[in-house]
Write a protein that binds this ligand. Sequence first.
Ligand code: FNR
Length: 174
Amino acid sequence: MRILGISGSLRTASSNSATLRAMALLAPPFVDFVLYDGLASLPHFNPDLDRADASQPPPCEVCALRKSIGQSDGVVIASPEYAHGVPGSLKNALDWLVGSVEFPGKPVAVINTSPRAIHADAQLREILTTMSAKLIEMGPIAVPYDAKEIAFGLTLSDKLRAALSDLIEAMQDP
Ligand code: FNR
């Protein structure tokens, strides 16, 4: 099976991206855990570019995102909170998926790496529910802030390792 990880952070040393990289390492051999790397290059969402009767297909970056979603059995989103909200770049990607045939019914898990970031987490769940995603409900997964060490797999506590592995398992039977 294939799981697509989407980080809501464009930061090089992002703890959210590092968490998804850790999940890719923890995934069993039969799970292809792929990280989406196109968030920064997606154009701003514009419904004019996304109409069924438009003379042109949507921008190629959008087609690539939708294709990647379509090829995946599930999606894991790990995102920071900015000003009590979902980061604009992540919301932009989700807006491009609203009118897609690939997204509705897709199993999606949300990882909240910061226990304080309750607003973005709640917003993300509301948005995904509105988009008819199949939300995978798991307990909160808190990730220590030292992203650099997580990136190299040094500070994965047993608890965090178990939580991320449990999430991968839950994705297999959504
Ligand atoms: C933040 N952060 C933040 N945290 C939070 O709990 N509530 C908030 O409203 C905000 N707002 C906010 C605004 C801006 C402009 C920045 C740069 C940061 C903190 C942020 O969510 C936290 O550091 C994340 O862990 C960063 O994630 P990455 O980049 O490490 O993946």
